[in-house]
Design a protein around this ligand. Sequence first.
Ligand SMILES: Nc1ncnc2c1ncn2[C@@H]1O[C@H](COP(=O)(O)OP(=O)(O)O)[C@@H](O)[C@H]1O
Ligand SMILES: [Mg+2]
Length: 260
Amino acid sequence: MRIWAIANQKGGVGKTTTTLALGRNLAAQGKRVLLIDLDPHSSLTRAFGVPVDPPPRGVLDLFAESPAALATLANPSAIPGLDFICAQAALATLERRSASQPGLGLALQNALTRHAGGHDYILLDCAPTLGLLMINALAAAHRLVIPTQAEPLALHGLAGMVRTAEMVERSRRRPLPVSILPTLFDRRTRVGNETLKKMQDLYGERVWEDAIPVDTRICNPSALTVAAVAGEYPGRGLSAYRRALEWILAEDALCLEQAA
Ligand SMILES: Nc1ncnc2c1ncn2[C@@H]1O[C@H](COP(=O)(O)OP(=O)(O)O)[C@@H](O)[C@H]1O
Ligand SMILES: [Mg+2]
């Protein structure tokens, strides 16, 4: 079971889209995949068409005094092999509880360690806040995927996220390899191309050599929760995510080899 956190301290950079696109591409390869919505805004949960009021069962139940088993929270989706766990708005209140309830930083990792649900990949869709939920995700993950826009302002967010990963790596004494994925890319703009180049100069092989283009076929996350129709062209966005997945899988295999 491989666990990837999809995170960036900046909002609107394509985290939820990346989680869904990588997840459905993994499932298309025959893998069993579980997506976990760790954002109180519940974009991923809504993308699967789940009503959020009243709140569904989900991630918050992992933080109860007697935590629920992960497998009991997983919902099947319309895509074969792809399951998901909902977020709830009340996740935003966890921060306050963490002072009086020690150990909350490892609640997700504990749930995942006990999980025997038969999933090959678990993808964690993080909120853009550096708080308890993000710490939970980074503590549990084998890899951090950082979707980022190729624009000058986004470079600050990226630097912050890479620093956070290094901090987590030091404290848990286990590597947290990073894969930086340029998203929402418009090849026609000079500033986009220049920023992409700068990103590659700064972070080298940690940056994907290509970029996910802006594609109207995926400009709404719920477009990604519908099962593919046989023979249908997936569009350039999803095709790019397919290539990005191959790169991440190859990087992951390399890390596993080095660790062996
Ligand atoms: N490659 C893309 N092409 C077109 N629209 C995109 C693309 N990636 C993301 N979007 C859209 O941009 C918005 C923000 O993306 P989202 O994945 O929700 O970001 P985040 O989770 O980081 O807040 C959403 O409306 C999403 O549908
Ligand atoms: Mg999101």
